[in-house]
Each structure stands twice: as structure tokens, then as C-alpha cells.
Design a protein around this ligand. Structure first.
Ligand SMILES: [Zn+2]
Length: 400
């Protein structure tokens, strides 16, 4: 049966269309039929309706981490995030043991078959273990190593569900690693890195094309003896496809943890103004504490080998309070932060949660409300609170 959403303020293509309609059938968006006889009608009541939110970087939520090694953890986190407007997420694994990483893929495929009420999970993002120890952040330094083909090739060859891999491009073997990612169709991102600007330019020729949580755990302007060097942060601004020789000619894209805590208003506004909504995705980088209240304790990473963290001021912190340990945000909060704190136009904030992350990750079947795309749809009210989430044509959340 066809479903028609009526009386909606539809956000698409950078615009807001008043009193508009949208239709889908069999999980796919279709042109709105002239005649609505026999169709299911959903009255949006004048609320905003946009493409569903896409989170390219989350470790879990609702008390679950994707490294827990259970189907229930995947489903629980996917359902928690769907209630906040996320229709697509990339389960992300911090650096762990090789065995934990391999086990995660097996459980993931099983979970996807049983996922009927959560965000869609097209594939996995590995965040580590090829990182600079000096930029470890909340990554467990015990697991950080340099990329070796005998370690990463078996993982790449064993699955087609590995969609993204974050690594520090200055490490020995990182360029060969990027070449291998490219051959396997894996998005290669720079993260937890001390690279110079020059190193980033070289890395782009090998296929590094995205920057993991811009500003967090990466180099910026620094001096080596008398000379000053630009870092990964500066590359994010400068490598916009106009000046540098990247593999695809598109320059670098970035993601920011837009929970309003990791980055202050000034940096959110700088990223919006100078990198822009077409090159910037909003991510939660949420850990298992997403959806939990302040004052509670949680664990970053696996229950067995993870690190104890505290939730305070709407963010997860390391016990010594000297570094953040991932956010507890959901995508609806990212939207509110960008609009209310950073004063970004609503349609642009939505773009950074939909169209742009879809393009960055190469998810061509979603990210806009064009006919032919997946019927991944989110409804939200004037306060930007999510009231209904539709994943692949199925309503998985409706505010009662
Ligand atoms: Zn992360």
C-alpha cells in the first residue's frame, strides 16, 4: 500500500516547503500520487519532515556498546538511536583486540537480520588501532599499532560489511593501508593523527578522503625547531578540492561531534562558515552512555577490556576529567545544537545530518527525499524534538 504524508513542512534540497506532501511504497519513496484513494494518509500536523538522520560514527547507546559481542547490544543501540531520529548508523569499534574485532563482524551480520525496530546498519566503521599514541584520546594505548598488511588484509578480505576505517596517515605503512582500503571500497579517514599538512596532502593521493571528529585528537599549527607547520586541522580547511591533488579531486570532507560540548559555539560556526554544509557531516561519536543521565557511570569500549568513564555535563569524561570519552548525544541533539547554539539555518543543519553524510560514505540509496531513495524519514516539531521515525518505510518510533 502507498503511504502519503500530508500537511508537512518538508526540508529538502536546502529549502523548507510549506504544506507539502511526500509518498512511499514498499519502503521506497515515490512521486506523490494525484489521487490518494486507497492510500494510507499520515497527517504531519504542520511538523517538519526530512530525510532520516545518518550517523557515520557511533559506538552505541542505551547502555550498549557494539563491541559487547551480542545481537542484543546492536539491536538495543540501533533502537535507542532510532527513537531520536537516526535511520542509518555505522556501528563503530574502538581499538580492541584482533579477536574482539573479528567477533564483532559475525554478531553484526546476525543482528542485521533481526533488526526490525532500529536504525539501518549498512556496515561497520573501525576506529583504530592504527593511531598516533600521542593523539590517543580515549583510545586504549595498549592496542595502538602501525598498519601491517598481514593484519588488515584478512579483515578486509573476510567481509563486505567494513565500510569505513579511521587511521593516522603519518604512520609507517599508512599509505599502503589507504591503497588497500581503496581497493576494497572502504572509506579511509584520518583520525587520532599527528600528521603535518604535507603528509595529509600525500595521504589524499592514496585515498584518505575524510577527517574523523575534526579538532578532537589531531595536530594543528606547531613548531619544529624554528619552523612552523600546519596540521590536520588546517588541511581540513584548505583541502577543499580547489588546491590539492587528491585522488578523487573532491578534497577532504570532515565530521564534527556537534553535541555542543566537544566543540564550542565558535568552532561550530567556523566549520559551518569555512568548510560548509556540503563537506561537513554531524556525528554523535556516542558511547554506550547515550540516552543515560548525568551522574551515571559507564564503560567506553568492551565490557571486558574497556575503560571506566563518567557521565557529567551531558558528556562522557575520563575519570580524571582531563579528556572526553565520547559523547552521550543522539542525532536530534546535534540538530538542536547546530540550530540553537551555532545559529545555523535549519535546512543546512539537516543537510549535514542527511545528504552530506550519505555522499561522504557513498550510501547512494539514501540521504535525500527524492523518489527512488529509501523511505527513511523523520518528523520533528518546532522545538526540534523527534516525534516519528520511519526506517525503510516502517514506522519504528512514534511519540505517544
Ligand atoms: Zn569514536
Amino acid at each position: 500500500m502507498k503511504t502519503i504524508i500530508k500537511n508537512a513542512r518538508i526540508i529538502r534540497g536546502g529549502n523548507i516547503e510549506e504544506n507539502a506532501a511526500l509518498a512511499y511504497e514498499d519502503g521506497i519513496l515515490i512521486p506523490t500520487p494525484e489521487d490518494d484513494a486507497g492510500c494510507e494518509i499520515v497527517d504531519a500536523g504542520g511538523q517538519y519532515v526530512s530525510a532520516g538522520f545518518i550517523d557515520l560514527h557511533t559506538h552505541g547507546g542505551g547502555g550498549h556498546d557494539f563491541l559487547d559481542g551480542t545481537v542484543g547490544a546492536f539491536l538495543g543501540a540501533a533502537e535507542l538511536h532510532a527513537r531520536h531520529g537516526t535511520t542509518t548508523l555505522l556501528p563503530t569499534a574502538t581499538s580492541g583486540t584482533y579477536e574482539e574485532t573479528c567477533a564483532m563482524f559475525a554478531v553484526f551480520e546476525d543482528a542485521c537480520k533481526k533488526n526490525s525496530a532500529g536504525a539501518d546498519m549498512p556496515g561497520i566503521h573501525l576506529e583504530g588501532p592504527y593511531f598516533a599514541p600521542t593523539q590517543a584520546g580515549a583510545q586504549d594505548p595498549r592496542f595502538l599499532v602501525t598498519p601491517k598488511p598481514e593484519q588488515y588484509l584478512p579483515i578486509m578480505n573476510a567481509t563486505d560489511k567494513l565500510l569505513r576505517w579511521s587511521a593516522a596517515c603519518e604512520l609507517d605503512g599508512a599509505m599502503e593501508f589507504a591503497d588497500a582500503c581503496r581497493e576494497h571500497g572502504i572509506l579511509c579517514a584520518i583520525g587520532h593523527s599527528d600528521a603535518t599538512y604535507e603528509c595529509v596532502c600525500e595521504a589524499m593521493k592514496h585515498g584518505f578522503s575524510h577527517i574523523t571528529h575534526l579538532y578532537s585528537c589531531m595536530s594543528t599549527v606547531h613548531r619544529i625547531n624554528a619552523y612552523r607547520y600546519a596540521g590536520v586541522v588546517e588541511a581540513a580547511y584548505l583541502c577543499d578540492g580547489m588546491t590539492e591533488n587528491s585522488l578523487n579531486g573532491n578534497g577532504l570532507t570532515v565530521e564534527i561531534i556537534a553535541d555542543g560540548v566537544h566543540l564550542p559555539k565558535s568552532l561550530l560556526q567556523m566549520v559551518y562558515r569555512f568548510i560548509g554544509p556540503d563537506r561537513t557531516a554531524l556525528v554523535t561519536d556516542s558511547m554506550r552512555g547515550a540516552g543515560l543521565a548525568d551522574g551515571q557511570e559507564s564503560i567506553l569500549g568492551s565490557l571486558e577490556n574497556g575503560q571506566r568513564v563518567i557521565i557529567e555535563d551531558g558528556v562522557a569524561k575520563m575519570p580524571d576529567r582531563k579528556a572526553f570519552a565520547g559523547s552521550v548525544a543522539t542525532t536530534d541533539r546535534l540538530l538542536r545544537t547546530m540550530v540553537h547554539l551555532a545559529e545555523v539555518p535549519l535546512a543546512d543543519a539537516v543537510k549535514m545530518l542527511t545528504e552530506t553524510p550519505a555522499r561522504i560514505q557513498g550510501l547512494s540509496d539514501r540521504g535525500t527525499l527524492d523518489a527512488g531513495k529509501r523511505a527513511d524519514i523523520v518528523f520533528f516539531n518546532d522545538a526540534l524534538n523527534v516525534t516519528r521515525t520511519v526506517v525503510g518505510g516502517r514506522t519504528v518510533f512514534e511519540m505517544s
